[in-house]
Ligand binder design. Structure first.
Ligand code: MEV
Length: 278
């Protein structure tokens, strides 16, 4: 039986900048992953093997994963797979796990994929909700007075890993100016969110800054341009992607009709999610 699901996440604002100590805002979404300890034919990915190892599982333990989260698309699939695996292994071993320990173990796995990982994905997958996160500081749960709808639009699977994209930004010191600006926009978004004011224009500014940062592909930029021409605010969510797709994009606009028509015509996958709903 699959137990203890773990859920994916959307970064509303602050990806990449969070690696340098800037604030980020993220929320969990209802797409989940579950894991089950099995006697044969387990999932053999390096990620799952590492998660079994950090949970104290021996070599013979195998785990089967079921996931609704598209892999490598910015929705936190790796942290969710780690979380579900660690919880399944600990349950199998009869060793309860605290949230703090779970967070630390997920983060240990995440750091093998991206050595400078900020801990944002590990936090949101452990504690859920809508959070404000700064590396090395206690996170805060945010309450927002006005939930709002966004579309998550699939710009295509990235060919780079999160670790590679984080390193690309780190290797170019000229990008730090943009990192600062993303930090400032995220602070403004936080203020507006709490006041129940609309954040669409600020999300769009964040989207342009991520393009300037160099983590958005030409095809994702082209799609963003078309969506912006219809009045939507657009930003990638997560690490992005350069050579092919850039993973999921947040698309926000009050009237979605024209947007969904364009996406349907182009046969682009998307789904709706509500931010701030408990
Ligand atoms: C990945 O979901 C988010 C990044 O900011 C990396 C990190 O926080 O470690 C790109």
């Amino acid at each position: 039986m699959h137990t203890n699901p773990a859920y994916g996440k959307v970064i509303l604002s602050g990806e990449h900048a969070v690696v340098y100590g800037k604030v980020a805002l993220a929320t969990s979404i209802s797409l989940g992953v579950s894991a089950e300890v099995v006697s044969k034919e387990g999932d053999a990915s390096e990620l799952v093997k590492k998660a079994i190892e950090v949970a104290g599982g021996e070599n013979r333990i195998q785990v089967k994963i079921r996931s609704e989260i598209p892999i490598g698309s910015g929705l936190g699939s790796s942290a969710a797979v780690s979380a579900a695996t660690i919880k399944a292994v600990r349950e199998y071993l009869g060793k309860p796990i605290t949230d703090e320990e779970l967070f630390n173990l997920i983060w240990e796995v995440e750091k093998t994929l991206s050595p400078n990982d900020s801990g944002l994905d590990s936090t949101i997958v452990t504690y859920g909700g809508l959070i404000e996160y700064r590396k090395g500081q206690p996170f805060k749960q945010l309450k927002i007075s006005r939930p709002f709808k966004i579309l998550l639009v699939n710009s295509g699977k990235p060919s780079e890993t999160t670790g590679e994209l984080v390193k690309m930004v780190a290797d170019d010191p000229t990008k730090q100016v943009i990192v600062e600006k993303i930090g400032e926009v995220t602070k403004l978004i936080r203020e507006k969110l709490v006041l129940g004011e609309e954040i669409f224009e600020l999300l769009n500014q964040n989207g342009f800054l991520l393009e300037e940062l160099g983590v958005v592909s030409e095809s994702a930029k082209k799609l963003s341009r078309e969506l912006r021409e219809l009045g939507a605010s657009v930003k990638i969510t997560g690490a992005g992607g350069v050579a092919n797709g850039s993973g999921m994009m947040i698309v926000a606009i009050n009237d979605l009709t024209k947007i969904t028509k364009l996406l349907d015509n182009k046969k682009i996958d998307y789904f709706e999610t509500i931010i701030g709903e408990k």
